[in-house]
Ligand binder design. Structure first.
Ligand SMILES: *[C@@H]1O[C@H](CO)[C@@H](O)[C@H](O)[C@H]1NC(C)=O
Ligand SMILES: *[C@@H]1O[C@H](CO)[C@@H](O)[C@H](O)[C@H]1NC(C)=O
Ligand SMILES: *[C@@H]1O[C@H](CO)[C@@H](O)[C@H](O)[C@H]1NC(C)=O
Length: 349
């Protein structure tokens, strides 16, 4: 056996250099992510309890940032993602944001007989109810559903979806834009269908408002947790409605008719990382039709040649496009993108 041949030696050297480079680039990458995490923590005023949490969050942050950066690095996407406030959250911590919906659209007692927007004389090419002054500020449902650091799930999206639609029709009918109370629904509309932070029903909430009226946001402010109903607050009627109607399911043309006349409550499947980190542009999925989240359509239009629904979410203005998302409209499926045309309802006044 002689000395290793020159060739083996060169090969070994190459392998050694490759390993070193990889280690270096991995640690450069880790340092980059870690620094990004530090800056992000400052930006979002996030404080962790200890090093173990920093490490656990750091791992989630890295995984999600890599997902977001890789998504954004592809060209030809109609929308972008952002490293937003959700990037260091566990799946469980995010659940209260997307799982508050309860299915009541098809319940016998809730099906309305008529659909008054079957025929609408003039449906404009685009509509933005914000420009008509019929939409209040974007609100934040928060982690309603989180109880003493234990996540119990579900959430209060249903209350926000209901209230935004009622705020819309109130402005249209009375000329007054009044921010109304989600907390009253969370605390006072308690039954099998609406259970506070354990989830609720938008249709059932319209029924509640018919009977009880609704206070203002300031009169019964949002707490992001369910409490006992305050009777005095409940008794203060700032607005009311006469009933609600359902938009016939799975028909985006009829949904358009309705949205051309007023903001409409809808349920969607928001269970994807793409939705969670959505930043701007026309969202095209991926998503299915597992309806677990309630939002409100407050307009529609066309952007860069793509038709969209303008959707008001309740994750505060620091999510999406100042709290809104443009969701693709007139897709090749009757139920609409993410099931948006499946369970649309609107209040009447
Ligand atoms: C919130 O409401 C649910 C359902 O009624 C109840 O189980 C839970 O104990 C309530 N939580 C608080 C803090 O009141
Ligand atoms: C939607 O409803 C309209 C009016 O009832 C009807 O003419 C049209 O065929 C429906 N479209 C679909 C896809 O069902
Ligand atoms: C629907 O989404 C919820 C919330 O993420 C999840 O718990 C449930 O398993 C999903 N259901 C189906 C049928 O995918």
């Amino acid at each position: 056996m002689g000395l290793p041949s020159e060739r083996t030696l060169i090969l070994s050297l190459i392998i050694l250099v490759m390993c070193l480079c990889q280690t270096t680039s991995r640690s450069v990458r880790d340092a980059y992510i870690s620094q990004k995490h530090d800056l992000w923590m400052v930006q979002y005023a996030r404080v962790y309890n200890n090093n173990a949490e920093r490490e656990m969050r750091g791992y989630i942050f890295k995984k999600n940032v890599e997902f977001i950066e890789s998504f954004n690095s592809y060209g030809h996407r109609s929308y972008k993602l952002a490293i937003n406030k959700f990037v260091d959250r566990t799946e469980d911590e995010f659940k209260p944001y997307v799982t508050g919906h309860k299915d009541t659209y098809g319940l016998r007692s809730h099906v309305s007989r008529l659909f008054k927007y079957e025929r609408v004389n003039e449906v404009p090419d685009s509509m933005d109810w914000r420009e008509k002054g019929a939409v209040t500020e974007v609100k934040n449902q928060g982690q309603c559903g989180k109880l003493f650091n234990i996540i119990t799930f579900f959430g209060s999206c249903w209350a926000f979806s209901t209230i935004a639609a009622v705020e819309g029709i109130t402005k249209i009918k009375t000329g007054k834009l009044i921010s109304l109370s989600e907390q009253q629904l969370v605390d006072c509309n308690r039954n099998d269908l609406s259970e506070g932070c354990k989830g609720g029903s938008k249709e059932n909430s319209f029924d509640y408002i018919v009977k009880n009226g609704i206070n203002t946001e300031n009169g019964y402010p949002y707490q992001a947790t369910n409490k006992t109903c305050i009777a005095a607050f409940e008794a203060a009627w700032a607005a009311t409605i006469t009933g609600y109607e359902t938009v016939p399911a799975n028909n985006e043309t009829l949904l358009l008719n309705a949205v051309s006349q007023q903001p409409v409550s809808v349920s969607i499947d928001a269970n994807s990382n793409e939705f969670k980190y959505y930043s701007n542009g026309v969202f095209t999925g991926p998503c299915g039709t597992n309806l677990t989240h309630d939002v409100t359509i407050v307009g529609y239009g066309t952007y860069n040649g793509m038709k969209y629904w303008l959707v008001k979410n309740s994750w505060s203005a620091d999510w999406g496009m100042n709290g809104y998302i443009m969701m693709q409209r007139d897709v090749n499926a009757p139920e609409g993108l993410c099931g948006i045309a499946m369970q649309a309802t609107f209040p009447t006044a």
